[in-house]
Design a protein around this ligand. Structure first.
Ligand SMILES: [Zn+2]
Length: 55
């Protein structure tokens, strides 16, 4: 799995669950596991607390 921000490799534990947060070791960006299908993991940017949805 690669970071969506800097393309560094992110190690996803085999037992990681959907909704878990993983951090990029390179840029520190947080990603949430959006989907998991076997070894196929899809990440989405994790919204930090105090999210800015700009309503
Ligand atoms: Zn990164």
């Amino acid at each position: 799995m690669n970071c969506l921000e800097c393309d560094a490799g992110i190690n996803i534990p085999g037992d990681a669950a959907v909704g878990e947060i993983v951090s990029c070791p390179e840029c520190g960006a947080d990603f949430e596991i959006a989907k998991k299908d076997g070894a196929n993991v899809q990440l989405k940017p994790a919204e930090s607390v105090g999210e800015d949805w700009g309503e």
